[in-house]
Design a protein around this ligand. Sequence first.
Ligand code: HEM
Length: 395
Amino acid sequence: MTDVRALFDPSFHEAERAHELLARLRADHPVVECPPLDPEQPFRSWVVTRHADVLAVTKDASTFRAHPPIDMEGMPRQINMTDPPEHTALRRLLAPAFTPKAVAAMASGIRDHATALAQGLRERGQGDFVKDVARELSMRALCRLLGLPDADVAFLCDRVEAMTHPTDPEFVRPRCPPEVSAGLAWRELGFYLARAYARPRPGGLLALLAGSDAAGVPLTADERMHFGWLLLDAGYTTVVGAIGGAARVLLDHPDELSRLRHDPSLVETAVEEGLRWTSPIVHFSRWVAEETVLGGVKLSPGERVQVLFPSANRDERAFADPFRFDAGRTPNPHLAFGAGAHFCVGAPLARLQLRVVLEELLMKLDLEPAGTPRVIRSAVNAGLKSLPVRLKPAA
Ligand code: HEM
């Protein structure tokens, strides 16, 4: 059997080999110890691959904590690495930006943008669905959410990609070691965010965070900055992965796309299936707080569990025929957004963007693949960096 550590090797994901290993782990070793990637690692680490076990871990915030059991003195609190009650307060702070009303207010802007992007593809007759559509659409939506100018989209896409994908040479600056390149992008985004926080646009999410004292959840300047970095990463990289991956699978399965065109009422289930299929976040960690048994394996306090979302979403025990893309799949209890206390706060906005891409681009334009899609070399984010497409010649 391939070493479990391959799951943390970016090239293994780039070569799209992970699902084969994950299927074998689900069958034979659903909770398996992962030998340390770093010989100095002072704790045991487990990989969790079945849907039921991933759900159990993510829903039980008292046994499986988000905060590592080490002294993180000096490290600012980050929402994804805190536990209740701190975590609950940070969620409360973000909540107003993601209410159904707030997200609905963004819909027409996103739809107009998608229509313009579709028009661009129509006029050129060809393009790259990731570079010309997914990146543009998701970063502009994020800018509107945060209260940043549309004019900064290109700068932000470039720096966020350099920060989040240092394992892919295409996102590393020339003549720069990967960690230096990612660090430079991180710093540039830091300067950018500091300026944005100094004069936040009223109504934007950065203004909410800047006014955290008044909301009764005071943040330090450092915590505010980390929130900014986190939102830029979490709100962009994932959506690009979902849009690019959904476009790819639909273009590869024209029967499913034509089913959707003939029955647009399937768009909601198609969005969920796109999320299940793409699972843009590969894994997340939790820390065992008290002795427990998971998948028949005894886990002890201080140990780490890594839940593999793409594996849970292809689990034969939870989904009939999981390797088939079914635009009408019902039910679809996918875990692409996680579950429990840390369930993705941006899910309504991500769903809206995916829906609009289906309705305004994939269902309206007659596209076909025009080259080989290229996968990002990353063990953290699943997604494409390129998906060449062209309009089909008129029949
Ligand atoms: C398809 C797109 C997306 C996917 C697949 C996704 C996936 C996830 C997952 C799996 C988690 C939970 C991690 C855990 O269990 O610890 C999460 C949390 C989070 N997501 Fe998303 N996300 C997406 C879009 C977004 C967007 C658009 C935003 C914001 C603009 C966002 C912001 C966040 C934040 C702030 C958290 C941390 C929540 C917490 O710890 O309570 N995400 N996301």
